[in-house]
Design a protein around this ligand. Structure first.
Ligand code: CA
Length: 751
């Protein structure tokens, strides 16, 4: 009898144990241990739910096998209330898995990937789906430490309706990996994702999407990329880098992205029905064609300003018998029925040089409309373009026809006055409805892509968005006010007030310091007045900074960046400011930057620099010569540099990499008097530009100053100097005469 009861109890407990087991595998899990147990016992059809809250350092290993009818799902208790933070990530392997609702933020992956479709180099995920996940500003602290946010391996996976925003370090945002046979001909579908703001990286490795690598580029990937929205994805030249065969890019929108959809390697790519809006923003590009049998149809490009490799449409030259990682010749490729409105540049045989000498062959460019009544010369032809057959292309009446070896190409182009009307956001010419995108599918926007339950992040640095804080004159009053400030605030100094800082001021967020009227004067003691920390940006308006009370040390500076890697780009602005008497000791700089920091922009407008022992802008700390540099845009307008021991403007970008745009210099209406003569100025220049990609310099006067030194290195940098007087000064020197000079005068013996 006892035995029977015992048996009954055993049976009963086994029953309950199994029930419990079943309920954990379909229930809510609150710890990694519970998650692992649930995954370990997951059966087809099960749903594992992560409990609301913050999951810190959670490395989710979701290895299971569902079926087509009954996938295994990993979801969250409430979308938008489950956060993976610290050193968290997820790996998926197996079959028929669904992941939804994860948010990665406030941290970074401890491995090379945040969302990975593999367990190991042998075990991958097939027929899996990741949907409605968010990766937001999830970066390591080192900007040149590389990782991927999403890596797709295996086959038949779908990545859709996700929101990826704020990638700042090196490494592709989303990569399709082909480095194993199990991941070829994958038929992945990447759709309805929202790729948000990605800052300029200042180096290669800032692609938003890459499919394949050069090594596997002649294999078929068969990946479909459709209905995605790319917003200000400006990491580098390639927004999308297609590096494998038979991929399709269809019905995607790109909004104000600096860069292009690039068919970098691989053949038989289809690019159709995409919408690319530049809105006149600098460096916005379109579609770049390289390799064989590429088809570019019915795309829409508007307001793209980029030139060279980031033009609205580019057909490249190739390298004869190209190594796998260089540029294959463009062959058998077609661009037709595309609509390009108000785009500034269309280029053929781009990149033509001694190495890239193979011109496009057996290509066609037909029935495109290229309309720009604001700019006449949109075509640039760098080499023999007879391998491209032009037919039925319509141009605005003002457009200058392209040329081939100096001869105008008149066949294949018709100039026509068209009436353009904005219909559903696109400027369409009446009567040409078949040119440009069809309207069968909805155009991707910020509203119909990504997730609906997570706030959209705008990480563009903006000054003056916060509150005003009045600061009374005195000692360290600015520091005290800065400590109470927050993002976008404005510290308002008394008109004509005098301020003294015996301590340095850390700037951890966007901050403006402004005088209420007549210039306020700031003196300081420490080795720097302002430290732009990671996340900080600084704007000075109507301020006079004097170095007369500084401690007597070499190497002081008014503003310095963090000494450590800054993952966030920064801005530094000075307007109507005077910087004087920075000469207590040698090498006193106005801005001192450190390695692994990057300025989105530095702008000096209506400023006076007087009596400075060191450099004013010395942005030259990336000396590895691998195409990395310290800042993108430098604007100097209406300034005076007088009695400067070092260089007024020193920009350095070394190496031969072509994947970035900067540094870009805009220098105008500026005078240099007695600049560059200090014996420590090893550059022997008043202005030193090494590897600058774009420089527009005009209305300059150099008196008793060292030279304007140019060193042209990669691609074909566009350097222009117009209206410059050199009076008792050294003139312009350059390693290469491929720069434009106009109205340069040299005068001697003035008094
Ligand atoms: Ca690249």
């Amino acid at each position: 009898m006892n035995k029977l009861i015992f048996l009954f109890v055993v049976l009963l407990s086994t029953f309950f144990f199994n029930c419990n087991n079943l309920s954990t595998s379909i229930g809510t899990v609150s710890t990694i241990k519970e998650f692992n147990e649930a995954v370990g016992s997951a059966e087809p059809g099960d749903v594992i739910t992560l409990a609301n809250g913050v999951w810190k350092d959670a490395e989710l290993k979701f290895y299971a096998k569902g079926t087509l009818q009954d996938p295994i799902t990993l979801t969250v208790e409430t979308k938008g209330k489950v956060f993976l933070e610290g050193e968290s990530n997820i790996r998926l392997a197996g079959e028929h898995l669904i992941v939804e609702g994860l948010v990665f933020r406030n941290g970074h992956t401890p491995t090379g990937e945040v969302i990975s479709f593999k367990k190991s180099n042998k075990e991958f995920c097939n027929n899996c789906r990741v949907t409605e996940c968010v990766v937001d500003n999830y970066n390591p602290s080192e900007r040149h430490e590389s990782d991927y946010w999403v890596s797709l391996y295996g086959k038949n996976n779908r990545f859709d309706h996700n929101y990826l925003v704020g990638k700042r370090n090196r490494g592709v945002t989303l990569a399709v990996r082909l480095n194993n046979p199990e991941s070829l001909e994958n038929n992945h579908r990447i759709d309805h994702n929202y790729f948000g703001y990605r800052q300029v990286l200042g180096s290669n490795g800032g692609e938003t999407m890459r499919i394949g690598t050069s090594h596997h580029s002649l294999k078929n990937s068969n990946t479909l990329v459709e209905d995605n929205y790319f917003e200000v994805c400006s990491g580098e030249l390639e927004i999308i880098s297609s590096k494998s065969c038979q991929n399709t890019y269809r019905n995607n929108s790109m909004y104000e992205c600096q860069g292009t959809l690039t068919m970098r390697h691989g053949n038989e790519t289809l690019v159709e029905n995409n919408y690319i809006f530049g809105n006149g923003k600098p460096n916005t590009g379109g579609i770049r064609i390289i390799n064989e049998t590429q088809t570019v149809n019915n795309n829409y490009c508007e307001g793209l300003t980029g030139n060279r490799f980031r033009s609205a449409m580019v057909i490249m030259n190739g390298v004869p018998n190209s190594p796998i990682n260089r540029y294959f010749q463009v062959k058998d490729s077609k661009a037709s029925n595309n609509l390009l409105v108000n785009c500034e540049n269309i280029q053929f045989c781009a990149g033509s040089d001694a190495e890239r000498s193979a011109v496009p062959v057996n290509c066609e460019m037909t029935n495109n409309i290229i309309y720009n009544t604001n700019k006449d010369e949109v075509f640039t032809v760098y080499d023999d373009v007879s391998g491209i057959k032009f037919d039925g292309n319509i141009l605005s009446p003002n457009t200058v026809l392209p040329t081939n070896k100096g001869k105008t190409i008149s066949e294949g182009f018709v100039k026509k006055e068209l009436t353009l009307k904005r219909v559903n956001g696109l400027l369409r010419p009446e009567g040409y409805e078949t040119i440009g995108p069809n309207t069968k599918s909805e155009r991707p926007t910020a509203d119909n892509t990504g997730v609906s339950w997570y706030p959209k992040k705008d990480y563009i640095i903006k000054f003056n968005t916060g509150k005003k804080i009045a600061v009374a004159p005195g000692e360290n009053t600015i520091l005290e006010a800065a400590k109470t400030s927050s993002q976008g605030d404005i510290l308002v100094l008394e008109a004509g007030g005098t301020y003294h800082q015996s301590k340095s001021i850390n700037v951890p967020h966007t901050l403006t310091i402004r005088s209420a009227g007549a210039k306020a004067t700031i003196t300081f003691e420490r080795s720097s007045l302002f430290n732009i920390e990671n996340g900080g940006s600084l704007s000075l308006e109507g301020i006079k900074v004097s170095g007369e009370k500084c401690d007597d040390y070499a190497g002081n500076s008014v503003v310095r960046t963090s000494r450590y890697s800054m993952i966030n780009n920064y801005k530094f602005k000075a307007k109507n400011c005077d910087f004087v008497d920075l000469d207590v000791n040698h090498s006193f700089n106005v801005l001192r930057v450190y390695k692994n920091t990057f300025a989105d922009s530095v702008s000096l407008v209506n400023c006076k620099f007087d009596n400075i022992s060191g450099h004013v802008l010395n942005m030259n700390k990336e000396t590895d010569d691998i195409g990395i540099y310290n800042g993108e845009n430098v604007l100097v307008d209406n300034c005076t540099f007088k009695d400067i021991g070092g260089v007024a403007i020193n920009l350095y970008r070394g190496g031969r990499d072509e994947s970035t745009f900067g540094p870009i210099l805009d220098l105008s209406n500026t005078t240099f008097v007695n600049v560059g003569h200090d014996k420590r100025n090893k550059y022997n220049a008043a202005v030193n530009l090494h590897g600058v990609q774009l420089a527009d310099m005009k209305n300059l006067k150099f008196e008793k100053s060292k030279k304007l030194a140019l060193h042209l290195v990669v691609g074909d940098p566009v350097i222009k100097i117009e209206n410059a007087d050199f009076i008792d000064s050294e003139e312009i020197t350059s390693n290469d005469d491929a720069y434009q000079r106009k109205n340069i005068t040299l005068k001697k013996g003035s008094k």
